[in-house]
Design a protein around this ligand. Structure first.
Ligand code: SAM
Length: 184
């Protein structure tokens, strides 16, 4: 089953991207979003073409589709999301433990906006979010927090997603690399 049929939208909003130093980590947030079952990646503040170029390349070769947006004002996006019936989940080490809230989040069919920060996240997001969720109460990274959260949300079933339109497919192999060309 394609997980996107359970929730119409699971989008990731990445706050505070600094083009001079965050290209790689922001790209990794986008790659985790795609691979772990989200269907939208929104970059707040700036439009960093290098990040989107990398994500588009992965989508072209490995398939799948995602809504990609940039340059939005984070606060407006969160308010618009909630106003249109969605719920907002802010990942922060100060939040409630993921194990204590994930079942409630999972059963709600509302579109989900998952917010991750870079450095300091403004108070607004703590107050405006439906859930402030901690993936353990220790600082680590937006990439790891997002991966663990999505894995829990989808109970690990994201590993079975079939990415439509893929040109390449990996055949799992005990040694070496086996990749087949499935594109036209
Ligand atoms: N002190 C910052 C904070 O407010 O959480 C840590 C910043 S961390 C470099 C960047 C982002 O990673 C955070 O905004 C948050 O989204 C995510 N993050 C880091 N550790 C986390 C944790 N234990 N649980 C959930 N999210 C976390």
């Amino acid at each position: 089953m394609d997980l996107r049929s359970v929730y119409s939208k699971v989008y990731v909003l990445r706050l505070g991207h600094r083009p001079a130093r965050d290209k790689r980590i922001t790209t990794h947030v986008g790659l985790v979003a795609r691979a772990f079952g989200a269907n939208g990646f929104i970059l707040e503040g700036v439009c960093d073409e290098a990040v989107f170029e990398s994500l588009r390349k992965v989508l072209k070769v490995w398939g799948g589709s995602m809504v990609l947006e940039c340059g939005v004002k984070g606060e407006n996006y969160v308010e618009m999301w909630r106003g249109s019936g969605g719920e907002v989940i802010h990942l922060t080490m100060y939040g409630l433990n993921v194990d204590d809230v994930i079942d409630v989040i999972r059963v709600s069919a509302k579109p989900k906006l998952i917010v991750v920060g870079a450095e300091k996240v403004e108070k607004f997001y703590y107050e405006a979010s439906d859930y402030n969720v901690a993936v353990g109460s220790q600082p680590h990274s937006e990439v790891s927090a997002l991966a663990v959260f999505l894995d829990r949300l989808f109970r690990g079933r994201w590993t079975n997603i079939i990415f439509e339109g893929a040109k390449l497919k990996i055949i799992p192999h005990s040694r070496g690399k086996m990749v087949i060309d499935v594109g036209e």
